[in-house]
Design a protein around this ligand. Sequence first.
Ligand code: PMP
Ligand code: GLN
Length: 383
Amino acid sequence: RSTGRAGIATSIFTEMTELARRTGAVNLGQGVPDLDSPPALLREVAEAVLAGHNQYPPAHGLPELRQAVAAHQQRRYGLDYDPDGEVLVTTGATEALAAALLALTGPGDEILTLDPAYDAYPAGARLSGATLVTVPLVPDGDGFALDTDALRAAVTPRTRVLVLNSPHNPTGKVLRRDELAAVAALCRDHGLTVVTDEVYEHLVYDGGSHLPLAALPGMRDRTVTISSAGKTFNVTGWKVGWICAPAPLLAAITSVKQFLTYASGTPYQRALAHMLGAVEPWARELRGLLRGNRTLLGEGLAAAGLRPYRAESGYFMQADIRPWGYRDGFTFCRELPGLAGVVAIPTSAFRQGADPAPWLVRFSFCRRTEELRRAVTKLAAAA
Ligand code: PMP
Ligand code: GLN
């Protein structure tokens, strides 16, 4: 893997999707849905393009989308943001994360996050020159445990930002209210700014719900909340994300964002502004579909002799590969296309620190049910 000046290698998603393409295997690696989007949303984009809404939007994002984002945060979580100055539209959550880390951290600073972590956090730390410090999420039964005392112990005078991702990729863990309260307390005690990645906010299953850290006492004014349309509407290729943050933090992030992309996606922003107001019924339907997929994958993995973990949210399920005689996810994932015609991602690819469970592999269930059925049939045949 070649690395550039910042020492950042090819993303694991690019690598594994290329492996699926080369081998013709079913791609349960990258979290890229092939599911339908709301037809009205697609029509609105087409209409916006044909009506000529094809030039730069304002650098902060279209006012109607900023208003829709602010209304969404108020309606769902009781959080108030001023659409003019506290909401910023970005090119996906990815740009939001990069702009936030570049704006808020630099050489000599530490960024604290959980391990495993979405790959944009270590990359963002490298780009900004800050040091990433991680605290492990440890396998616990069929889920993962957060040691909030360990998180507190990892804070140093150099800690500038905590990056918190719940619902969590790759584990599917949703932080409970008591865990969030402990995180909030340590941020208040140490004066930390928090960047939260909430892109799976609408995909929490089994009657659970998402609680933004910003909604906890004393947290709104120190929290940069990031989300995105990609996962909520199955439009990952549109790359429309957003940030809600108090004005001084948002101003610093906006100044960086201008020179990453300035702005993007005018017709998409227009369509999403309308759709975000009607997200709830759509998200309910999508959760139903994904829950069914999750059951199919979980039962399929178990039938193939792999031990699936609980997936409380999002697109992904962890499985223990040791019953197949493997102890290393990288070896397993390299051999799986040949063995079973399926591509998955070693969870170790998301780990920065010592790995307490190198035998975990991440399978995605954001694919059409027929595709998942094909994958589990192949896994059963290879077992
Ligand atoms: N954060 C997490 C946790 C993700 O899984 C992803 C992948 N979609 C992103 C951020 C990036 O989101 P976007 O596609 O909106 O840039
Ligand atoms: N979020 C997706 C995943 O975790 C992939 C995003 C990407 O390809 N960069 O698989």
